[in-house]
Every structure is written in structure tokens, then in C-alpha cells.
Design a protein. Structure first.
Lengths: 115, 114
């Protein structure tokens, strides 16, 4: 069984300040982990993914996430927020169920960036 | 670039109507998925398909069916639409059966059932 918890439904930051979006996961084995972003009225786009190659994963648009097994966390960070980062972010855990890829989405975190 | 297209961005239907949502991908992906997205609930998997004419139930299949007659096309069918099926529907595709495969999403169809 697998699950994912996004700890904040809304996060508000000022432009130019750091971003932290928190995600905790639960999985029976070593998981694959993803962050997707959804801008208003758009489909989801992959930001980054963890596949056990390196614990610090760099993604698009300056985002990165660190896999911490001891804390079962995969928090998303960015050093300096930009107005264009305002969107909804989904943490996703991936695995296998019944021989097929199965992913489980978190409930999402809406990021607001204040000018 | 992978492209996943959905037949409609917005759709309004009446209770009891049969509704077809179409999804097409152009990357020869094996897997295709249908999700619904509701505020505060994230994305929930309705059905997925790992091959032509094959389908598997997801977490919330009740009230839905699917069809995959060609590799590039995956249809979601609401046999008799109800108001609780008002939602955003997202289609996705992925290459194979690795748990690290990226899913590529279409823009979504916002369905309103009156």
C-alpha cells in the first residue's frame, strides 16, 4: 500500500523569498516520487522525479526536492519565488500494484506568490 | 514533445445523458489513464489501460466505463450522467510499466452535469 500527504493546502510567499512545499509519503518498498505542477486552466506538468539515483533531485524552473528516507519526506523547495510560480503543486508516489504502474496523488498545495 | 489531447475543454450535459470523453496521445505510449480532479481531493484514478482492448479499474470506477480500440485513443464513458459526476477529467499516458515512468497529461475536460 502507498499513500502521500501534502501537509499544507495553501502556501503564500512573497516574490523573491524561498518556497517550501511539504510532502510525506508511505510505501511498502523503495518508492518513486514525483512533483507535478498545474497552472490555472492547464494540464499537469512534471517538475521533477526521484528514482533512487540521487537523493537531491533538480527539476525545471529552479525547483529541487530532497528524498529523506528516515523522515519519509520529499519536500519541494526553490530559493527565490517568482510570480510565474503561482500554481497548484502535487506530490505523487509511484509503485506497482498487480503488475502495473500505480501512482497515488496528494491532495495538492496551492502556492500564492505576493508581489 | 509528447502531446495528449482531449476532445473538449468544457462540456455541459443533462442528468441521464450518455457522455463520451475522448483522449488521444501521439507518442505510442502503452499506458493510458483517466482521472477526475476535485478540489481538496487531488486526482483520483478512474480507469487505466495498459494495452489495446485491455482495461483495469482504478480507485473510483463506479458509474464509468472505458474503451481502448486503438493504441493512441482512450475513451471514458458515462453511461448515465449524474450531478455528482460534475468534475474536471484528466487523461494521461505513459511509456511502459516501470514505476518511474512519467505520466503526460492532457489539458482536461471540465464537465458540468445539470
Amino acid at each position: 500500500a502507498q499513500s502521500v500527504t501534502q501537509l499544507d493546502s495553501h502556501v503564500s510567499v512573497s516574490e523573491g523569498t524561498p518556497v517550501l512545499l511539504r510532502c510525506n509519503y508511505s510505501s511498502s518498498y523503495s518508492p518513486s516520487l514525483f512533483w507535478y505542477v498545474q497552472h490555472p486552466n492547464k494540464g499537469l506538468q512534471l517538475l521533477l522525479k526521484y528514482t533512487s539515483a540521487a537523493t537531491l533531485v533538480k527539476g525545471i524552473n529552479g525547483f529541487e526536492a530532497e528524498f529523506k528516507k528516515s523522515e519519509t519526506s520529499f519536500h519541494l523547495t526553490k530559493p527565490s519565488a517568482h510570480m510565474s510560480d503561482a500554481a497548484e503543486y502535487f506530490c505523487v508516489v509511484g509503485g506497482f500494484s498487480g503488475g502495473y504502474q500505480k501512482v497515488t496523488f496528494g491532495t495538492g498545495t496551492k502556492l500564492q506568490v505576493i508581489p | 514533445d509528447v502531446k495528449v489531447t482531449q476532445s473538449s475543454r468544457y462540456l455541459v450535459k443533462r442528468t441521464g445523458e450518455k457522455v463520451f470523453l475522448e483522449c488521444v496521445q501521439d507518442m505510442d505510449h502503452e499506458n493510458m489513464f483517466w482521472y477526475r480532479q476535485d478540489p481538496g481531493l487531488g486526482l483520483r484514478l478512474i480507469y487505466f489501460s495498459y494495452d489495446v482492448k485491455m482495461k483495469e479499474k482504478g480507485d473510483i470506477p463506479e458509474g464509468y466505463s472505458v474503451s481502448r480500440e486503438k493504441k493512441e485513443r482512450f475513451s471514458l464513458i458515462l453511461e448515465s450522467a449524474s450531478t455528482n459526476q460534475t468534475s474536471m477529467y484528466l487523461c494521461a499516458s505513459s511509456y511502459g510499466t516501470s514505476d518511474t515512468d512519467t505520466q503526460y497529461f492532457g489539458p482536461g475536460t471540465r464537465l458540468t452535469v445539470l
